[in-house]
Design a protein around this ligand. Sequence first.
Ligand SMILES: NC(=O)c1ccc[n+]([C@@H]2O[C@H](COP(=O)([O-])OP(=O)(O)OC[C@H]3O[C@@H](n4cnc5c(N)ncnc54)[C@H](OP(=O)(O)O)[C@@H]3O)[C@@H](O)[C@H]2O)c1
Length: 280
Amino acid sequence: MTQKLVELYNGNTIPALGLGTFRVENNDECREAVKHAIISGYTHIDTAQIYNNEEKVGQGIKEGLEESGLKREDLFITTKLWMSDYGRENVQLAYEASLKRLGLDYVDLYLIHWPGQDTALISETWKAMEDLYNEGKIKNIGVSNFHVNHLEELLKQASIKPVINQIECHPYLIQKDLRAYLEAQKIVAQSWSPLMNGQILEDEVVKEIANELGKTPAQVIIRWNIDENIVVIPKSVTPSRIEENLNVFDFELSDSQLSRLNALNKDERIGPDPETFSAE
Ligand SMILES: NC(=O)c1ccc[n+]([C@@H]2O[C@H](COP(=O)([O-])OP(=O)(O)OC[C@H]3O[C@@H](n4cnc5c(N)ncnc54)[C@H](OP(=O)(O)O)[C@@H]3O)[C@@H](O)[C@H]2O)c1
């Protein structure tokens, strides 16, 4: 099974599919899930400072590399800066603490987790991210949960554009306008909660398309992301589902199947709205 790579505007690439680890506790289940994913063929893992699981994610990476024979540079590891560490002074320390917990000497992608409500603070934080990138300490820098207005503000001050914006996205929230803006800016869209924590797998249209293709609803949703050029990071700690979710590179959705999925859009979120979300 060939994993698809998506090109970033800076010439680097990111695997189109990765493993999510939100709400996976810092315990053996986490270590096992990450290890199982790598052994099964995942080369992309998504975590965050706020998930409090970077240690076990790191152990899973180490064991996965040992068992698979892959090298560190074969993997794409993402972590995210939490809001408590925004500001020019804190970013480097927060980054180094994440690396230490992960047991890595760099990550492939570091994201500002949420835009928050303070534009000047984000601008300072982004400068510190740019410093780390310019010093060669991070392969790529990006943002998460940024709307067009947040990106426009950021780009006024930025000397380096984010490579990625990680946003809530699934057929009930297709993010048409934001994705069009990202495409015009050559910023890759990445979806979080792609399965809506399982909710969208119950949709009748999704089930119908799964039956037509002899695939599962989860595989249909994951494939929707890939066919729409969205990098996707479904979370699972269940070995059979980890494998199932990767098994999406032997089929494509037809134009009419894509249209039927896109027609499900109702701008429905499962997570917080970035316009109002703050850490307090
Ligand atoms: N940037 C952000 O602000 C942000 C916010 C939220 C999430 N994220 C990232 O995005 C990742 C994915 O989002 P998410 O964890 O919220 O939710 P998700 O991937 O939409 O859904 C995960 C849920 O679906 C279940 N599942 C997975 N594969 C399945 C399958 N094949 N069949 C049936 N059920 C299946 C999982 O169960 P089991 O685990 O029990 O198998 C889990 O309960 C996160 O883990 C995190 O890395 C980022």
